[in-house]
Design a protein around this ligand. Sequence first.
Ligand code: C2O
Ligand code: CU
Ligand code: CU
Length: 610
Amino acid sequence: MSDRIDAKRRHLLQAIGAGLALAAAKPAFPVILKPGAFKGYKREATAAFAPDVEIELVAAPGRAQILPGPATRVWRYSARVVKGDPGAVIPLPDTYLGPILRFRTGQRVRITLHNRLPQRFITHWHGMHVPFEADGHPSYAIGPDESYVYEFTVENRAGTYWYHPHTNMITGAQAYAGLAGLIYVDDDEADQVPLPRGDYDVPLVLQDRTFDQGNQLRYDRRGPIGIIGFLGERILVNGRPDFTLDVASRSYRFRILNGSNSRIYKLAWSDGEPVTVIATDGGLLERPVTRPYLMIGPGERYELWRDFSKAKGSEVRLESLEYHGIMPPPYERMIAAGGGMGMMGGMGGMMGGMRGGRGMGGMGMMGGMMGRQEISGPAGMMGGIGPMMLMANHIPQGSRFTVARFRVTRKPETLDNQELPDKLRPLPRLRLEDVVNPDKPRPIAIGNHGRQFTLNGQAFSMTGALPIETFPVNTIHLMEIFHEHGPMEMEGEHGETAEHGGPSAMGGQGGGMAMAMMMAMVHPIHLHGHYFQIVRRQAPEAGGGHGSVEGYETVKDGFVDEGYQDTVLAMPGERIRLIKPFDKYKGLFLYHCHNLEHEDGEMMRNFKVV
Ligand code: C2O
Ligand code: CU
Ligand code: CU
C-alpha cells in the first residue's frame, strides 16, 4: 500500500476520531478464503477507467453518543470525495450511520474501501446493478488494513439504495455494530417530478438494538436467535432512540430503509391517514398507491409521502402495528403467554424440539453454548452474556410499538411541491412475453435440513451454483419463491413430533417439530443484480401447513408489488412469481435471506451468470 493512501487514511481517521477506539478485539473467525486469492480481486485502480466521482470509504471502530451517559463503541463507515462532485458524500451528524453516498445515473464511480476493522470485511451496494467484482461478494473479503477498489457505472434508476457489509457468516454482527449507510441515486427524469426536496426529503433508517448497562451494544446469534433472528430492546431511527422530528405543516418525502437485522415493521400513521407509497426498492412508482399499513422487511426501501398540514393534532406517530402468523408457532405462543423469562424457558424447549428430540435437549444445549463467544467486534466485547439473556426483554416480532414521532411545530418556509402528483414517472413493466421460461419458473425453494435453512436444498457454498442457479447472460427469467415442504399438520406441543406428508428434502431427519418451526417463518428474500418485478402472489392455503391463513390476514394489505424490487418478504406458505433480468454482467450474484442471522446461517446461494 502506498504512503499516499496511508496519509489520506490517517487524515480521515483523525477526522472521525476513530484512532482512539481501535480496541483489543481479535478476529475470532478464521479467514476461510485467503484474502485476494480470488480471481479478479482488485487492489489497484484500473488505469482505463476514468471515474466521474472517486470516493474513499473507511470502515473503522469509533464511538457514538446514542444514549445518555457513556458513548457506545460502534463500527462505522466514513467517507470523503477524492475527485468529482463534493456532494457525492453527505455526512449525517450525530449518528453511527455512514454518510449518504449520492450518485447520478450514468456516473462512473470508483470507491476505495479501507478495512480498519480487526477482522475480514467486504461491502456490498444493495440494490445497485454492478459488475461481479464490484458487488461485494464475500469471496472478495479483505483482511485488516487491506483495501478494495470498486469501479462501476451507475445504471440504476433514481431511488434509495444502501451499502452494508457482506462478509461471510459475520454480516449480521458487522451491520449490527453500525456499518450501514444510504445511497441516493438521482436522474434527469426523477428530477422533474415535483416531490418535496431539501429539508422536506428525509431519510428514516429503521433498526433495533440492545444495550447493556454501560450503553454498549449486545449481539449474539447463537441459540434461538439463529432461528428467529436478532430482535432488540430499542427501536432506533437514523441511529437515535426515541426518534422525534419537528416538522412543518406541509408535505414530506420519507425515504425509509429497514436496516434491521431481522425485524419486520408494519408501518402506519397514528392519526389514521393511509400510508401513501411513492417509491419501492427500485425507485419511483408510476403513480402513488395507498395502503392502510405498509409491511417492510429487512433490506427493503419504500418512500412515503405525507402531508402534515392534514395531521389531526400536533403530533403524529409512525407506528408499527401488531401482526401474526409469520414466526415459529412456539415463539408466537410464548409471546402470547407473556414473553420474558417464560419465553426464554420455552424457547429452550423449542430448540430442544428442533433437534428432533435426539441429541441435546433444550436448556442443556443453551447452557453448553453459552460458554464461548464467537463474535468479535463491539457487540461481542463484553462477553459473558448468553443468547438467552438477549431474548429476555426484546420487543417481540409483530408487537405494536412507536417507530418515530413527528411534532408539527411550524409553518413551512416554502410550499414548493406541496401537492401529491398523481403521476410520478413511467415504469416500464417487465413482461411475461419477454421471459425465456414462461411455463417453467426457476425455483427459489425455501427449506431446511434440521436447523439449517436452505435455498434450493442447499446451504451456501462460496463459489457453487446448481444448474437451476445458472443463467445465460442477457436473459430474462420467470422465477418462483416458495416453501419446498409438502403439507403437514402441526398439532403437537413443542417437543412432540408433527406429521408431515408430501415430498420433502428432509426425509424426516431433524424431527417434525423442527420443520414445523422453520416452515412457519417469514423470509425477506433478496436477489443481487438487476431488480425484479412481482407478477403474482399466491396466499397460503388453509390446511397447507405453512404459516397461518389467519396470520396472513394481518399482513396481506401491506404489500406493494407495483414497482421494481430487489427484496421481497416471502410469507410462510406464499408463492411469489417474479420476472428477473440477468443482464450485462457475468459472474456470481448472491441471492439470500436478508434476515441477517439467516444469511449468516448460510441461507444464501449464488446465481451464476455465464
Ligand atoms: Cu443487502 Cu446481499 O445484501
Ligand atoms: Cu444486495
Ligand atoms: Cu430467512
